[in-house]
Design a protein around this ligand. Structure first.
Ligand code: ADP
Ligand code: ASP
Ligand code: MG
Length: 478
C-alpha cells in the first residue's frame, strides 16, 4: 500500500469550486497509484459562525442564533447541489444536511433556554462544521469517480475529556483508526473524514482546539504508518513569513521537524503546533501544499534538513499576548519562589511562553485570556503584580543560528526603531524571540525579513518565484 494522508483546510473546501479542485487533487493521487485517506476541515469560516451562533443562543438571542444556522444550512445545501449532479445522490445529501441542521437547531434552542454554554456543548455545536463538510466532500469525490467512503472521526479519534482542547489518546487511536480505516483502504476505497472532531472514551464529542484538523491528519498518518502526510492549504507552503504581512515572503522548500514545530508553536498559523509530534514519532515526512496551485512542490518537513546559508528559515508572530510583571523583594537570595509562582499558572491551566528574571522580579508572557485577573489576584498573594495586554512575540527560527556569532546584533539592529520589552534565545538554540507591542509586530516582521532574506539560499528557498515577481512587476512599471 502507498498510503497518503491528505488534509484539506477550510479554504480548500470553502465552495463548490474549491471542493472541485480538492477532488481533482485526490483523483490525481489515486491515478498515480496512491491510497489516500482524506481529512477535511469545515468549510472556511463555518467554525467561527457556529461559535457565534452558540454565543448568541447562550445570551438568549434565539432568533439570532437560528438565523446564523439558517444561513449556514443554505450555504451547505447550495454547495451540495452545485457539486452533485446525480439526482438520488443529491437528494440523499441534502436530506443528510437538513437532518444535521435540524439537530443543531434543537441544541441552539435548548441553549437559548438554559443560557449556559459549557465547553462540552460548544464542542457539540462546532462539530457540525466538519461533520457536514466531510459528507459533502465524500459525495463530491464519488461524483468524480473516486470510490470514497465517509468515516466518522469520532469513532476512532479518541481523546481525554478536556473539551475544546482535547488531548488525543494515541494508543487507542492507533488501534481504532487501523481497524476502521485500513479495511476500506485495502478494498481500494478512499476514506473521507472530518478533522478537528473527536470523542472521549464515553463517546461524547470533543474537539482538538482551533486549527486542529492538521493534528487529525498527523494522528491518522501516524496511526496508519502513512508514507507522507500532506497538509493542503491556501499558500504555497511554509513561507519565510506570513505572506499576508510580508508580501515578498519566499517559500521554504525544506525544513526540519524541529524548526517547523518551533514555528507552529510561535504562531505560524499554517500548521497546528501539535501536528509535528505524531509525524516525528514515526518519522513520516509532512508536506505543506497549495490546493490553489497544486503543481507547486510546497514545503517538505523532514527529520534532518540540509544546511542553510542563511541563519533563519522563517519568522513567526504570536499576537494577543500579555506580559505579567511580578516584583517582590522577598525573592532576593531566597529559593522556592519560582515554584510557588508557577504553581499559580498551573492551577489556572495557563501556559507560559517566555520568562525573564532578575534578582527581585520575574516577567512572564501568557496568552491574553479571561483568567488573567484571577491569576493576577493569586500572584498578588506573593508579590506586586501588574499585567499589560496587546503584546506580540516575534520569533525567528533556524537551525543554522547554532554557533553563529553576531546574529543577535543583526536582529536588534534591524528593529532598532522598535521598543523591545523582553528577549529570549530558545533553549533549543534554534530560535530567537522577543516581545513587543502588538501594533509594532507587522513592521518588525517586514524589517527583519528585509534584513535576513535579501540573498536567500536557493537550495532552501524558492528564489525563482521572487525573480518572476520582479520581472512581472518591472513589466507593469514600463
Ligand atoms: P487552513 O484553513 O488550510 O488550515 P490556515 O488559515 O490555518 O489554513 O493557515 C494558512 C494561513 O497561514 C495562510 O493563509 C497564511 O496567511 C498563514 N501563515 C502564517 N504564517 C505563515 C507562514 N510562515 N507560512 C505560510 N503561511 C503562514
Ligand atoms: N475548523 C476548525 C477551525 O476552524 C479546525 C481546522 O480548520 O483545522 O479551527
Ligand atoms: Mg489551519
Amino acid at each position: 500500500m502507498n498510503l497518503v494522508v491528505m488534509k484539506f483546510g477550510g479554504t480548500s473546501v470553502e465552495d463548490p469550486a474549491a471542493i472541485g479542485r480538492t477532488a481533482a487533487i485526490v483523483a490525481g493521487r489515486v491515478a498515480n497509484g496512491k491510497n489516500p485517506v482524506v481529512v477535511v476541515s469545515a468549510m472556511a469560516k463555518v467554525t467561527d459562525q457556529l461559535l457565534r451562533a452558540a454565543a448568541a443562543a447562550a445570551m438568549g438571542d434565539r432568533t439570532g442564533a437560528l438565523a446564523i444556522s439558517s444561513r449556514l444550512r443554505s450555504r451547505h445545501r447550495d454547495t451540495a447541489c452545485a457539486l452533485v449532479n446525480d439526482k438520488a445522490a443529491c437528494a440523499a445529501l441534502t436530506c443528510m444536511i437538513d437532518e444535521k441542521f435540524d439537530a443543531l437547531d434543537e441544541v441552539l434552542r435548548g441553549l437559548a433556554a438554559i443560557l449556559e454554554l459549557t465547553p462540552r456543548i460548544s464542542d457539540l455545536i462546532v462539530s457540525y462544521g466538519e461533520r457536514l463538510s466531510s459528507h459533502i466532500v465524500a459525495t463530491a469525490l464519488r461524483e468524480r469517480g473516486v470510490d470514497s467512503v465517509h468515516a466518522d472521526a469520532r469513532e476512532f479519534i479518541i481523546t481525554d475529556s478536556e473539551f475544546q482542547k482535547a488531548g488525543p489518546l494515541s494508543d487507542i487511536i492507533e488501534k481504532k483508526a487501523s481497524e476502521k480505516l485500513l479495511p476500506h483502504v485495502r478494498n481500494g476505497k478512499v476514506p473521507v473524514m472530518g478533522g478537528f472532531i473527536a470523542s472521549n472514551e464515553a463517546g461524547l464529542t470533543t474537539t482538538l482546539g482551533r486549527g486542529g484538523s492538521d493534528l487529525t491528519g498527523a494522528l491518522v498518518g501516524g496511526a496508519l504508518d502513512a508514507e507522507t502526510i500532506e497538509i493542503w492549504t491556501d499558500v504555497d507552503g511554509i513561507m519565510t513569513a506570513d505572506p499576508r504581512v510580508c508580501p515578498d515572503a519566499l517559500r521554504v522548500k525544506v525544513i526540519s521537524f524541529e524548526e517547523a514545530a518551533e514555528l507552529a508553536y510561535f504562531g505560524a498559523k499554517v500548521l497546528h503546533p501539535a501536528t509535528i509530534l505524531p509525524a516525528v514519532r514515526k518519522n513520516i515526512p509532512v508536506l505543506v501544499l497549495n490546493s490553489r496551485n497544486a503543481s507547486c512542490e510546497g514545503t517538505r518537513i523532514i527529520s534532518l534538513a540540509p544546511h542553510c546559508k542563511s541563519p533563519f528559515k522563517s519568522i513567526a508572530v504570536k499576537k494577543k499576548l500579555s506580559i505579567i510583571d511580578i516584583v517582590a523583594s522577598r525573592m532576593l537570595m531566597s529559593h522556592g519562589y519560582l515554584s510557588q509562582m508557577f504553581a499559580v499558572f498551573d492551577k489556572h491551566k495557563c501556559a507560559v511562553d517566555m520568562v525573564s528574571t532578575s534578582e527581585v522580579s520575574v516577567s512572564v508572557t501568557v496568552d491574553s485570556n479571561a483568567s488573567l485577573p484571577a491569576i493576577s489576584a493569586d500572584l498578588g498573594q506573593l508579590a506586586d503584580v501588574k499585567y499589560e495586554g496587546k503584546k506580540a512575540l516575534v520569533c525567528l527560527v533556524g537551525e543554522d543560528i547554532r554557533g553563529q556569532h553576531g546574529i543577535a546584533a543583526q536582529v536588534f539592529n534591524a528593529i532598532r526603531h522598535i521598543n523591545v520589552r523582553m528577549i529570549s534565545q530558545g533553549a533549543s538554540e534554534i530560535n530567537m524571540s522577543f516581545m513587543i507591542d502588538e501594533d509594532d509586530a507587522d513592521e518588525a516582521v517586514r524589517s527583519l525579513h528585509a534584513a535576513f532574506f535579501k540573498e536567500p539560499d536557493p537550495e532552501i528557498f524558492d528564489v525563482e518565484a521572487r525573480k518572476q515577481l520582479a520581472v512581472s512587476s518591472s513589466r507593469v512599471e514600463k
